[in-house]
Design a protein. Structure first.
Lengths: 439, 146
């Protein structure tokens, strides 16, 4: 849908010149490193690296700082990042903990204020204004999505329907009856809402949605098109992770050509995940963030495992923050299939190119002998089910061909009945790697 | 006359064939005949039932994907060469057969019924009749079975 040009900016800091930004980052980095040293994890890490934090003058010394990994957080479970007294904790959130215990992160009052401001930035950048009503279909709990976006919407001054996750028919009823202008959830859940709406024999005309703010999992341009068509809204991508602060680390403006990173609060690096050397702008690498203004849990060079690229060219919207591409995968999720690196998002991209499939899929990897075998289970759409075997086989072959052309790997394609793959309100399970179970 | 056939998508795993049959059984729907087309990974179950709209509703309520296809039940002589003669007529008419399967034979009348799926059911209906083949209607099919 055409966008009216409206580049309203929530925080003047979003338009600092690159020189002003670098000076601010250098000053804040010195302060942040000093704060971080109060945390058990960094006290030990700085000592192990014989790092005298008074030697950190600014951005030019960033590369001398040690990395922080998810394993470090696990080793210092539960709150090894905590750099303030427990009495100053205003809230604790945690990652979904799909592998073992959650990684906790604490916030002071000031941190919560910073965070809500960051969420407000991308909400306003997308078009949200105080007169709008927003339905939040993220879970409210340890997961940062619900409370994070909720506070951001309050900062904008807009109204909130805190529907929380799950009970999709009820989500549809709320959207329809309360006429929310905007929807906040994961992209896969937005599609699920569209499906339930369609199952009820209705289309987007039943709803009043105009904006969708989707994040929390990787998605594709094709999926954006599909959500926009089926819910008749303009969809915006946003990025964040709880270890860094939560949603609000980066978000799209109305140009929708990359997500502006809040560089006045975070230094971003994009590194080769193997060599840890910086990759040039436009090339994919692992995102590494250093917080600049956090109180409770500063993070230094946190390796996100997210694979994406950066674009520092000026944006027509006037924001100067570097733009982050879509996350194309996680270095954790990166599947090495017979020696080729494959991301689940590539399979998704292939499926969305083929008419007649839903974006619901599951990649199952096994190694029955010495070679990796991959089976992609794909749900067919009821209206695309044909009585004729050769049409069904042709559909399967088209999927097979697209997956091969995008990933370079031959995978077995198995068509499954609609609705048989598990739906999730949080991060969707897209991969079952049976090879890992054996080690 | 043209007959409505129900087709179901079945994944290739245990219980997939039983589920629709059980659902129809519970609802008291009588299956007149069926055919199963399968590949290593999935199958298509084709069903002729007495009350297809109700059967479709029952199957869909059980979460299955159902497709309605028009097929022609053609009467053939129940004797050696009977089917070959019918197929010769179909071939002469230049009709493309997607698939076919046996319905039932009745020893007293010496006739059998074969279900045909043609690329173009309407053209096939006229062409088959013009060549003297008889198309059965639903009641005749039910009677054939009793």
């Amino acid at each position: 849908m055409p966008l009216e040009i409206d580049h309203a900016i929530f925080d003047p800091a979003e338009t600092l010149s690159r020189d002003e930004l670098h000076a601010l980052q250098s000053r804040r980095l010195r302060e942040q490193v000093a704060k971080a040293e109060a945390a058990p994890l960094y006290r030990a890490a700085f000592a192990a690296h014989r790092l005298d934090r008074r030697g950190v003058r600014g951005l030019e010394d960033l590369a001398a700082l040690p990395f922080t990994t998810k394993e470090d957080l696990r080793r210092y479970y539960p709150l090894g990042l905590l750099a303030v007294g427990r009495d100053r904790i205003a809230r604790v959130h945690g990652s979904s903990g799909t592998t073992g215990k959650p990684a906790f992160v604490a916030y002071t009052r000031q941190d919560l204020e910073t965070w809500s401001g960051l969420c407000a930035r991308f909400l306003v950048a997308g078009g949200l204004r105080r007169e709008h009503l927003v339905q939040v279909a993220f879970g409210y709990g340890l997961f940062t999505g619900g409370f994070g976006l909720h506070a951001g919407i309050e900062r904008v001054g807009a109204g909130i329907v805190p529907a929380a996750g799950g009970n999709t028919p009820r989500q549809v009823m709320l959207l329809e009856d309360l006429r929310a202008d905007a929807l906040v959830c994961t992209p896969s859940y937005a599609l699920h809402i569209a499906e339930v709406l369609a199952e009820q024999g209705r289309g987007p005309a039943a709803l009043a949605l105009r904006y969708g703010y989707f994040g929390g999992e990787p998605w594709t341009e094709e999926m954006r098109g599909e959500i926009e068509r089926r819910l008749n809204l303009t969809a915006f991508n946003n990025y964040g992770l709880s270890e860094v602060i939560g949603p609000g680390v980066a978000g799209e403006c109305r140009e929708r050509d990359g997500m502006h990173i809040a560089e006045d609060h975070f230094v971003v690096e994009c590194l080769d995940p193997e060599t840890l050397a910086p990759v040039p702008d436009g090339r994919s690498g692992e995102l590494v963030f250093t917080s600049l203004t956090k109180e409770a849990c500063p993070v230094i060079r946190y390796r996100t495992r997210d694979i994406a690229s950066l674009d520092r060219r000026p944006c027509p919207c006037g924001r100067t923050g570097a733009r982050l591409s879509r996350v194309i995968g996680r270095s954790d999720d990166m599947l090495i299939i017979r020696g080729v690196n494959v991301f689940p998002s590539q399979v998704e991209e292939a499926l969305l190119r083929v008419e007649g499939t839903t974006p619901h899929y599951l990649v199952e990897v096994s190694r029955p002998g010495s070679l990796d075998e991959v089976v992609v289970k794909v749900e067919i759409r009821p209206q695309e089910f044909s009585d004729e075997m050769r049409q069904m086989i042709a559909l399967r072959d088209r999927i097979d061909h697209e997956i091969h052309s995008i990933t370079g790997v031959r995978m077995g394609v198995e068509l499954v009945a609609p609705g048989t793959l598990e739906r999730s309100t949080g991060k969707a399970v897209r991969v079952l790697d049976h090879r890992k179970a054996r080690t | 006359m043209k007959l409505q056939q129900l087709s179901l998508f079945l994944e290739n795993r245990p219980g997939q064939l039983r589920a629709p049959c059980e659902a129809l059984g519970r609802a008291g729907v009588d299956i007149l005949t069926m055919s199963l087309a399968d590949t290593a990974q999935f199958g298509i179950l084709r069903l002729i039932v007495k009350d297809w709209p109700r059967a479709k509703a029952v199957l869909e309520a059980a979460g299955m994907v159902v497709n309605v296809t028009e097929v022609l039940p053609i009467e053939v002589d129940d004797r050696p060469g009977g089917l070959a003669a019918a197929l010769a007529a179909i071939e002469e008419a230049g009709l493309g057969v997607e698939y076919m399967y046996a319905f039932a034979a009745r020893s007293t009348s010496g006739k059998a019924a074969i279900i045909f799926r043609f690329e173009d059911p309407d053209r096939a209906l006229a062409a088959v009749r013009a060549r003297g083949l008889r198309i059965l209607d639903g009641d005749e099919l039910v009677a054939m079975r009793s």
